[in-house]
Design a protein around this ligand. Structure first.
Ligand code: GP9
Ligand code: MN
Length: 654
């Protein structure tokens, strides 16, 4: 009875504080409900409560005249954190880091993509907390309600601080030993929120984001030592003179790389009503060397991370993005290694050069020239800017002029733009029908299927982008630019389309106009792990004069592209973390959050769960060493990027 009295007294005399605590806890739980779904887990709930009680403790030592400002300021920060993370999760399936603030300037340029594809009602739902707080404050002021929340009360401050410590100790008691490693693995943000809640994640993220600024003073030596040890331990795998049938086959040839925006492997071979989505990529894949189990390894740097991992065979930064935050570091790149062999090296992109700070980073990567949109006539725009067909048309002339004026081989990297989320500007897209026509009792019935959905628009966009690539190859051929030339195409990352659309794509029954369920014949399982495995992107190596027709299904990541091309063109970086795919078996593809894929399993590091790919039983003896190496590769890549260690190690090597 006494306790009930006590609680009644708290609700009666500390209305604002009670609202602050419960609204902060409810919104944090709601965020986990909208994202990682573990809203009922007790550990993150206690962790969230602990941090909220800490802010409550601080409120009791704030002067009365500043209390309003304090609660409004803290609640506004919380609500912004919820909204930003909820939006961010929709697009990246992870949580936002403050280290990305410098990158956020680019959001403006992809604004419509964000609005159309990312902002959802659920993101704005969190606003109720700040609205409720203001209404309560106004109500209390208008009715002269005495709310003891506004009193300075050191005794209560101590009690709340003590309750924070109790929550903290409880979280420790509920944690496993390797849970703590998440505090230093900035890349495993999802795992942090699942285990410790959004407040602890964001506070830790701020500390981790500031770390490089301090570490340059304190953490450098450890980083240097660990990096040297890493390459001593694994370096032999990369230095082995592993010659094979592909060694040196392209030495001295021109190299034209197409960075295909948001191109995913599930478009290869896909048809609607007997019409191929990507006939040109299908042809190049069937005639060339096609890596059908290839994964992008981007972090939040998306396109720019794809360029970085392709060109350096290092993992992307977990703290900000290389292109924006670390463009001034020294890297060993394909561009530099080919320049040493006498190549003229240039990049081409129809967007403005500031996007992803390419103007600076392309210099740092070793390009002789970067042709951004200022070098093109913007005569046709789709989506983010210059259409791919116009971009490629104009690029052929630039390439031809360079080829005619430079007597050595060239390396051109063309970055496409049109096939970019939200894939909605289909005004210029070739008509491509994604409806389904079925014969029901002698009647042809047309079903909408994925027409006018984001997936349907994606495949229409891909059909356009593929057609642009086809025209580009033809135009190169007309100008004689395919002679003695290797074409490489890679998808830079997946299109980030929700799995519900793929489930519809694979499990729609046009005869009943319903979705198959797991008991129905013909049902295709499409869960979160198959979704991750479906995020593959195509990697194709093609030449006009050789019909290789090779399909490589060994799991391969973007960081393996440089070693694989290096073996063919005869260049090599002693810092490459990937492997020549023709010199390795049982390859492991490390993803930017520490998860990994082999030919046996997909291992999700956030949830510490495995998804079987083969029938081979897998135990911890298989997972542990690979998970440790995955973390080590990410950690060492981050050391190299943060501390500019390649410069130092090269100087050390004399
Ligand atoms: C922007 C283009 C798209 O110029 O490369 O970048 P993304 O949004 O895919 O990172
Ligand atoms: Mn991209």
């Amino acid at each position: 009875m006494k306790n009930i009295k006590k609680i009644e007294n708290i609700f009666k005399n500390y209305k604002l504080l009670v609202f602050f605590i419960f609204s902060s806890l409810l919104n944090a739980t709601l965020l986990r409900f909208f994202t990682v779904f573990n809203y009922l887990a007790i550990k993150p709930l206690i962790a969230d409560m602990g941090i909220i009680l800490l802010f409550a403790a601080i409120s009791f030592v704030i002067k009365e005249k500043n209390k309003n400002k304090y609660f409004i300021c803290i609640t506004t920060i919380f609500v912004l954190m919820f909204i930003i993370n909820s939006m961010y999760y929709t697009f990246y399936k992870s949580f936002a880091s403050v280290s990305l603030l410098a990158t956020s300037v680019f959001v403006v340029d992809v604004g419509d993509a964000i609005v159309e594809n990312v902002i959802q009602i659920k993101d704005l739902f969190f606003l109720w907390q700040i609205i409720g707080l203001v209404i309560l404050m106004r109500y209390e002021k208008k009715n002269n309600v005495v709310d003891k929340t506004f009193k300075v009360n050191k005794k209560l401050a101590k009690k709340f601080a003590l309750s924070f410590v109790c929550c903290f100790l409880l979280v420790i008691a509920l944690s496993k030993p390797n849970d703590y490693s998440k505090f230093t693995k900035e890349w495993n943000r999802k795992g942090m929120v699942i285990d410790f809640g959004i407040y602890t994640f964001q506070i830790n993220d701020i500390i981790q984001s500031l770390k490089p600024q301090f570490n340059n003073l304190f953490g450098h030596d450890v980083a240097y030592k660990k990096t040297v040890e890493f390459y001593n331990k694994y370096g032999y795998e990369n230095t082995e003179e592993s010659s094979n049938q592909f060694s040196g086959i392209f030495e001295g040839k021109n190299l034209i790389v197409i960075h295909a925006e948001s191109m995913q492997t599930n478009v290869i071979g896909l048809e609607f009503n007997g019409v191929e989505v990507a006939p040109n990529l299908n042809k190049l894949a069937s005639e060339g060397i096609y890596f059908s189990n290839f994964y992008s390894q981007v972090g939040v740097g998306t396109s720019s991370d794809a360029e970085f991992t392709f060109s350096t065979s290092l993992m992307p930064s977990s703290n900000g993005t290389v292109f924006v935050n670390y463009a001034d570091r020294e890297y060993i790149t394909i561009q530099k290694l080919l320049k040493e062999k006498g190549y003229y090296v240039f990049s081409m992109h129809g967007n403005n050069g500031e996007f992803w700070n390419r103007e600076e980073m392309h210099k740092s990567m070793g390009y002789d020239m970067f042709f951004d949109k200022d070098y093109y006539v913007i005569d046709e725009t789709i989506g983010l800017g210059l259409s791919d067909k116009s971009f490629f048309r104009q690029s052929v002339d630039i390439i031809k002029n360079i080829k005619n004026s430079y007597d050595g081989p060239i390396y051109a990297n063309l970055i496409t733009l049109t096939n970019h989320t939200p894939f909605s500007d289909n005004a210029l897209f070739d008509a491509f029908d994604t409806t389904l026509k079925v014969n029901i009792n002698g009647q042809i019935v047309e079903r909408d299927y994925i027409n006018n959905t984001v997936l349907g628009n994606y495949y229409r966009s891909v059909h356009y982008a593929d057609s642009a690539i086809g025209e580009f190859i033809q135009d190169l051929d007309k100008e004689g630019l395919l002679e003695n030339t290797v074409i490489v195409i890679y998808g830079d990352h997946d299109a980030r389309i929700d799995s519900e659309y793929y489930n519809f794509l694979y499990n729609y029954n046009p005869y009943t106009d319903t979705l198959l369920n797991s008991n129905d014949e013909g049902y295709t399982l499409f869960n979160e792990y198959i979704y991750e495995l479906d995020r593959k992107v195509p990697f194709i190596i093609w030449t006009k004069d050789n019909n290789y027709s090779i399909n490589v299904d060994e799991p391969m990541g973007m960081i393996d592209a440089m070693p694989t091309l290096g073996n063919m063109f005869n260049f090599y970086s002693s810092y490459q973390m990937g492997h020549d795919i023709f010199s390795i078996n049982d390859n492991m593809v490390v993803l930017s959050d520490g998860s990994f894929i082999t030919d046996k399993i997909y291992y999700n590091s956030s949830k510490e769960e495995q998804f079987p790919i083969s029938k081979v039983a897998i135990n911890d003896d298989y997972i542990k060493p690979r998970s440790e190496k995955a973390d080590e590769m990410i950690e060492i890549s981050n050391y190299i990027i943060t501390y500019n260690l390649i410069k130092e190690m090269n100087e050390g090597r004399g």
